[in-house]
Design a binder for this molecule. Sequence first.
Ligand code: SF4
Length: 304
Amino acid sequence: MGNKKTQAASRREFLRNISNGSVLAVSGLAYYSLSSCKQPSEEKTTLLTTDGKLVKVANSEIEEMEHLHQGASPEEARKGIPGKKFVMVVDLAKCKNAKKCIEACDKHHNLTPDRPYIKVLEMQDNEKSAPYWMPKKCFQCDNPPCVKVCPVGATYKRTDGIVLVDNERCIGCRFCMAACPYSARVFNWGAPPEGQLDLPYSPETSLPSKIGTVAKCDFCPEMLRQNKLPHCVTSCPNGVIYFGDEIDDTVTNGEETVRLSTLLKEKAGYRYMEELGTKPRVYYLPPVDRLFPFEETTQENSES
Ligand code: SF4
């Protein structure tokens, strides 16, 4: 199965080869025989269609295929990225509530501030210990109660560990919201902004959002298909969020790349409310040896 990057490269190669009169495979399914045919009026290209016919197409009529097939297919979006088990580690010692992760997530997913996928909570374990900041989002649980209660299979667990919501199947019953012990899901009360409506829908982008459906953090799978990090990871000015692949045993915050197992062992990584048996794919490192003193949120200290 080709990922988006591979498909995009194939398409670019396809278009480049049109003018060279060469032959190449497209999507591994059909072969196109190409030969440039210069005619006085307009330059045309001969193409072999998937049902075996030779056709001549004016070059001006050939459309950039990337625009027609954006994102993963519905089957790919349902299965996940093969050979991967995505995982996240949040270092609480580094978080100063800069809120850049929230801003980037809201912008990328077209969210309004009243229904963010990420919240930064003020935590205090007991009255004698100091408070700290804790970014919280969907934990992509390996044993997700939300998935079990969905009556229509709209929310599902993929082989790469990500839990997604398909808003074309979601009926808005909100059973998943009630089942999630972490309050990680939000309800779309409003229609999507106008600019979203023309976007091709994919559960991997959650766009366009749909009124009356449920949404949540998705680890930005369309970025992962391009071998890029989720937006919250790259936007954090303090390197709080590490992301990677459990199979490779590697995570990175964009600057530092480390062994997942070593990081969790040496820094006593834990999962939030582990006792529930939900098996979150997000780990926390305790807020010890902090980089910053705890400060109450103000406009000033919310900046990096
Ligand atoms: Fe489901 Fe909540 Fe776990 Fe996310 S955190 S997978 S919404 S139970």
